[in-house]
Write a protein that binds this ligand. Sequence first.
Ligand SMILES: C[S@@+](CC[C@H](N)C(=O)[O-])C[C@H]1O[C@@H](n2cnc3c(N)ncnc32)[C@H](O)[C@@H]1O
Length: 269
Amino acid sequence: MATEQPETWHYGLIAQYWAEFNDDFRAHEIPYFQRFIEDRGQPALDVACGTGRLLIPYLRAGLDVDGCDVSPDMVALCREKAGREGLSPNLYVTPMHALDVPRRYRTIFVCGAFGLGSSRDQDLGALRRFHELLEPGGTLLLDIEVPWAEATLWKYWPKEERASLPSPEQPPGPRRLASDGAEYALWGGRLLAVDPLDQSVSFEKRAARWRDGAVEAEEVRRLDLRYYFPNELVLMVERAGFSDVVVHGDHVEAEPTNDDDFVVVVARK
Ligand SMILES: C[S@@+](CC[C@H](N)C(=O)[O-])C[C@H]1O[C@@H](n2cnc3c(N)ncnc32)[C@H](O)[C@@H]1O
């Protein structure tokens, strides 16, 4: 399902939607990672920084944080948003499995991006890159959404349900007014496939922009996403050379519970 170049939907209109509307998304993640950067050390690297939802508040707080992302569109929008506040971070366009940057870091964190569009080998390669780029004793933080978090997806793991895929097209989501006067909507499109052996799902996502009531642009993009189980991810992180691996619940420094939709793996080089 995965391609050599990770396939995600964070380009074009979807990137613009992220830059415009997602700064307040899952706000509790921001102080969680920030505390680690402050305690465990800088410089830090925000892997898959997107349009800077975490990176820009950290720069604003005076922290030394670089960013990287596979999508040039997300990186360009991040640079533009940072620039508006007089900030000029080091930003790199690269898939995480090919990460090669000049600095070494005390903290590397990945929020909402591990397993997007990539192959299992690429994900293992990304963990090795993070290990390489950390200073000795440095900290890796890596979050994942657990595979059972989304009831609408998890129900497709048994073959009886999978047979009905692809799912029907979803109706357009609500339009939202952007700062430039255009309206944007992002909607679910379709669930194309679920492969439980590969632990992956494929979606088709739609985005549109309206100006003065008329459709100005419309895009359809595919996203392949691989799920990892928390214990599996711990083993992968250890295999990449990390030690002292602990798992936290949904961006709080406590053990996860069965009801957490996200977990964070925290490990030392
Ligand atoms: C859900 S967004 C999260 C962005 C940001 N971390 C945040 O929390 O706001 C996922 C981001 O991961 C990036 N991404 C997906 N696959 C990637 C990969 N293999 N290497 C680097 N970035 C990737 C996308 O371009 C997108 O910007």
